[in-house]
Write a protein that binds this ligand. Structure first.
Ligand code: PGA
Length: 249
């Protein structure tokens, strides 16, 4: 059986004081939860402070991006190896904001996925269509291409050591969530696509849903057979919301 996973994506938010308060509340509020793994992906400058607060707790942590390159002359970038110094477990790769605002294409995302795994970290690979793509019936084609770029570079078996996050772009930060049925249908599509190449990988990979998940819609989404948890943006910054979402599992 797949473990449920709820990951907070803080994006470019927070400061030392707020982070500490948020994490203390989350640690306390999720302590009794048994059937869910909770994690936060935080801005790079806070990784060390977050590590100090979360080590020896049940909450895991990670980064929101990583360079596809090895150490070297890449001003402003962060190498995967550096993340090991802060005991990260996860790295979000290919978030739609990285794709649309910072020009990351499918190949770059696949390289970041590969680099993340090469140092032993777990990539959370984000895929998803825009509203325009959905409206002309291209959802599956877009996701196919996003997944194929990774499979081509790293092979189908690599997906077993990863997490996939289906995040329809039109649902991110908009308050407009995919219905449980809409999300389930794409999750099932992803799983069946992987099953054509490897049934074990397809059965074991965690597929999260992301896009305006809140405490009032999380349990219906998480009840779907192919939805293994969530990638939570805005609501992960509010302790009560994030705790309720983790509890909804
Ligand atoms: P949201 O963001 O929950 O604020 O819609 C989700 C995400 O971008 O991962």
């Amino acid at each position: 059986m797949r473990t449920k996973l709820v990951v907070g994506n803080w994006k470019m938010n927070g400061n030392l004081t707020q982070n500490q308060e948020l994490l203390n509340a989350i640690i306390t509020g999720t302590r009794e939860l048994r059937d869910v793994v909770c994690a936060v992906c935080v801005p790079y400058p806070y990784l060390q402070a977050v590590q100090l607060v979360l080590k020896d707790t049940h909450i895991t942590w990670g980064a929101q991006n990583v360079s596809q390159f090895d150490f070297g002359a890449y001003t402003g970038e962060v190498a995967a190896e550096m993340l090991l110094d802060f005991a990260c477990r996860y790295v979000i790769v290919g978030h739609s904001e990285r794709r649309s605002l910072f020009g990351e294409d499918n190949h770059t995302v696949a390289e970041k996925f590969k680099k993340t795994q090469s140092v032993g970290l777990i990539p959370i690979l984000c895929v998803g269509e825009t509203l325009a793509q959905r409206e002309i019936g291209e959802t599956e084609r877009v996701i196919d291409e996003q997944l194929d770029a990774v499979i081509k570079l790293t092979g189908i078996n690599s997906l077993a050591q990863s997490v996939i996050a289906y995040e329809p772009v039109w649902a991110i930060g908009t308050g407009r969530t995919a219905t449980p049925a809409q999300a389930q249908s794409v999750h099932a599509f992803i799983r069946s696509k992987l099953a054509k190449q490897n049934t074990e990988v397809a059965a074991s990979v965690q597929i999260l849903y992301g896009g305006s998940v809140k405490s009032n819609n999380a349990s219906d989404l998480f009840a779907m057979p192919d939805i293994d948890g969530g990638l939570i943006g805005g609501a992960s910054l509010i302790a009560g919301e994030f705790i309720s979402i983790c509890s909804a599992v």
